[in-house]
Design a protein around this ligand. Structure first.
Ligand code: NAP
Length: 260
């Protein structure tokens, strides 16, 4: 075992269940020797995530709805009682109303647009601002994005716009936090069957299309995304910031003329 994260403490936000990308990342972080803090959103998820915390030997499992500044503030206070410093944070959070992931983009409501932006993009800014003071020796902040930020993916709609804002936020945060030796990056994962992804209408067709056309001719394994998250959080990633790293079987390079 390489133990790439030995001696490091990592905060992972966004574990909802075993299929969550954040769960794969948390498990890979533990495998590499990190001490882990997990969060859950509200009482509904508390027991589930606490059980994952036991399984993954997390140092702490804390409540945090990223849309509530007071919960981010108390997360930071509780983190301080667990660890003097933080080395890595993973933001694996997104949300949009289901109807905005099925009807035409033109029909997106004002509230639905703002909700997707707040939970899926602004929350990275809020999380980065909260954890940066806990990284006096530098650190790494990683978020999860998707190709729908720059290409039209049917039904991804408002979430694609939120991911565009998220990726731009990564660049601005990387620029401002770089002098503090805090790196900020996004991993653009290929489609993976998770609870959030199932909310996108006809998601299984996207999976089939990627498996047929991606250079590697298969879909993305969450463990591949997790290993890239390990790289970015580790010292191996020390020169990488402001990036969108694709872990998608190469699908992002595909143009026309490719057939399964
Ligand atoms: P997931 O398991 O459903 O994870 C989404 C997480 O976001 C859940 O833990 C959810 O918590 C959390 N969340 C939503 N609103 C929140 C809030 N206000 N405060 C705190 N947490 C909140 O789905 P996933 O696919 O792993 O998604 C993780 C990230 O990967 C997302 O950013 C997603 O866009 C991105 N991504 C996914 C794919 C894919 O195909 N699956 C591809 C590329 C990128 P609750 O369950 O408690 O609401």
């Amino acid at each position: 075992m390489s133990q790439l994260l030995a001696g490091k403490t990592a905060l992972v936000l966004g574990v909802a269940n075993k299929w969550s990308i954040a769960y794969a990342i948390a498990a890979a972080f533990v495998r590499e020797g990190a001490s882990l803090v997990l969060t859950y959103q509200g009482e509904r998820q508390r027991q589930t995530v606490e059980e994952f915390g036991v399984e993954l030997k997390a140092a702490k499992v804390l409540n945090c709805d990223v849309t509530k500044q007071e919960e981010l503030d108390s997360l930071v206070n509780e983190l301080k009682s667990v660890t003097p410093t933080l080395d890595a944070a993973v933001h694996s959070i997104a949300f949009a109303n289901k109807e905005d992931l099925s009807r035409p983009f033109l029909e997106t409501s004002r509230d639905g647009y703002l909700l997707a932006q707040e939970v899926s993009a602004y929350s990275l800014v809020a999380v980065a601002r909260s954890v940066a003071p806990l990284m006096p020796n530098g650190g790494s902040v990683t978020t999860l994005t998707y190709l729908g930020s720059t290409r039209v993916v049917q039904n991804y709609n408002v979430m694609g716009v939120a991911k565009a804002a998220l990726e731009a936020s990564v660049r601005y945060l990387a620029s401002e936090l770089g002098p503090l030796k805090i790196r900020v990056n996004a991993i653009s994962a290929g489609p993976i069957k998770t609870t959030s992804a199932r909310g996108v209408r006809d998601f299984s067709k996207v999976l089939d299309g990627v498996a047929a056309l991606a250079p590697l001719r298969r879909n993305t394994d969450p463990a591949e995304v997790a290993d890239t998250a390990v790289f970015l959080a580790s010292d191996l990633g020390r020169g990488v910031t402001g990036n969108v790293v694709f872990v998608d079987s190469g699908f992002q390079i595909v143009g026309v003329g490719i057939s399964g």
